[in-house]
Design a protein around this ligand. Structure first.
Ligand SMILES: Cc1ncc(COP(=O)(O)O)c(C=O)c1O
Length: 393
């Protein structure tokens, strides 16, 4: 092989997350043709596994070729026409990205904002809905990876119950780690990304559309601006017709299939519990080191914990020390959180006890080497007590 062998870095940042050996081996299997009958079976099963993970019966459920942003773009370009009004909730980078993509589609965007580290207040969205009754959709991020906030979708959906308005949800950092419950909540369009809680490498963006969303797409007056992401073409390939549109990323689909099958084998409830448990243990260990979470417990994401960098501690020195000396990657802050916050992922295959313990240990050692005073024993005890309490339940 010519490829320089990548080191086994433990990925505990905002994504990509660790990938299991079986998923990596699935990607390395023999490449089939994109219209080969065996591959078509794999496609069908991938859609069906995605329905299980999205908790939906939606027929139109498949992975878009491209990363999570391609899912965002696919949702918007198919739905929006120039001049459409939309409401977008913004409390971090990915809400802002939604605004950018919607305005590139020519939509008139009304933004509802919250401070970084806070969820969106449904009352403010309610006001936007009242003030802009012709809005075609509300766009919102379920798990804001730039801040570690989990958004409760139920009150947002209730605002548009019975209205001719759609709810578009970014579930990139929640799907497969935190309940998304597409059908139960009545979410109209939801997209995600391979590389977070689903446990596959970046490259595909699972997406699902319900009938109300498809109806809105069918009622468009103008052509979808993007040829590549036009839902009509994509569903003709993913549906029975098997119409050639673009060559599917075959081996990435193998990987997603395997990752989804692992989720089905584990079971969604067990998987959600696993994410929540290891995230609690992580937070306990970090707090014992004096590293405080940014987000209040009630709004905190299990899959991504944002923490304040302690006063006087150098952001880059810690992150590069973790990578160099301990082969662990964590993420830095974005936008207003740059240099102030670390982002630590507990996602998919990475959400396990040995990783929590390894990170807490490595962080304590790294912080001490930078003259920050903390106790590894206390941190270990805090982590252990979370696991002990859980085992005793
Ligand atoms: C919430 C959210 N939405 C969208 C994206 C974009 O995904 P990608 O980087 O895979 O294009 C990310 C990536 O981190 C994300 O966290």
């Amino acid at each position: 092989m010519f490829l320089p062998k990548p080191k086994e870095v433990l990925l505990m940042g905002p994504g990509p997350s660790p990938v299991s050996r079986d998923v990596l081996s699935a990607i390395g299997q023999h490449t089939l043709g994109h219209l080969d009958a065996d591959f078509l079976d794999i496609m069908n099963e991938t859609s069906s596994l995605l329905r299980y993970v999205f908790e939906t019966e939606n027929e139109i459920t498949f992975p878009v070729s491209g990363t999570g942003s391609a899912g965002m773009e696919a949702a918007m370009v198919n739905l929006l026409e120039p001049g459409d009004e939309v409401i977008i909730a913004v409390c971090g980078v990915f809400g802002q990205r939604m605004v950018d993509v919607a305005s590139r589609c020519g939509a008139k965007v009304n933004v509802v904002e919250a401070d970084w580290g806070q969820p969106i207040d449904p009352q403010r969205v309610a006001r936007a809905v009242t003030d802009n009754p012709c809005s075609k959709m509300i766009g919102i991020v379920h798990a804001e990876t730039s801040t570690g906030v989990l958004q409760d979708l139920k009150p947002i959906k209730e605002l548009i119950e019975g209205k001719d308005m759609l709810l578009l949800v970014d579930a990139v950092t929640s799907l497969g780690g935190i309940p998304v419950e597409v059908d139960k909540l009545g979410l109209d369009i939801v997209y995600s990304g391979n590389q977070k809680c689903l446990g596959a490498p970046p490259g595909l963006a699972p997406i699902t559309f319900n009938d109300k969303a498809l109806d809105a797409v069918q009622k468009r007056k103008s052509k979808v601006q993007s040829w590549y992401l036009d839902l009509t073409f994509l569903t003709r390939y993913w549906g029975e017709e098997r119409f050639y549109h673009h060559t599917a990323p075959i081996n990435m689909i193998y990987g997603l299939y395997e990752a989804l099958a692992e989720i089905r084998e584990e079971g969604l409830v067990a998987r959600f519990t696993r994410h929540s448990l290891h995230s609690k243990a992580l937070v306990a260990g970090l707090e014992a080191l004096g590293v405080r979470p940014v987000v209040d417990e009630k709004d905190r994401l299990a899959s991504l914990t944002a923490v304040w960098i302690p006063d006087g501690v150098d952001d880059v020195a810690v992150r590069s020390g973790l990578r160099r000396d301990h082969l662990i990657e964590i993420g830095g802050g974005l936008g207003p959180f740059k240099g102030k916050v670390w982002r630590i992922g507990i996602m998919g295959h990475g959400a396990r006890r040995e990783n929590v313990e390894r990170l807490v240990n490595a962080l304590a050692v790294t912080l001490k080497s930078l003259q920050y005073s903390c106790s590894l024993n206390e941190a270990e005890a805090a982590v252990n007590s979370v696991y002990k309490n859980y085992a005793g339940q």
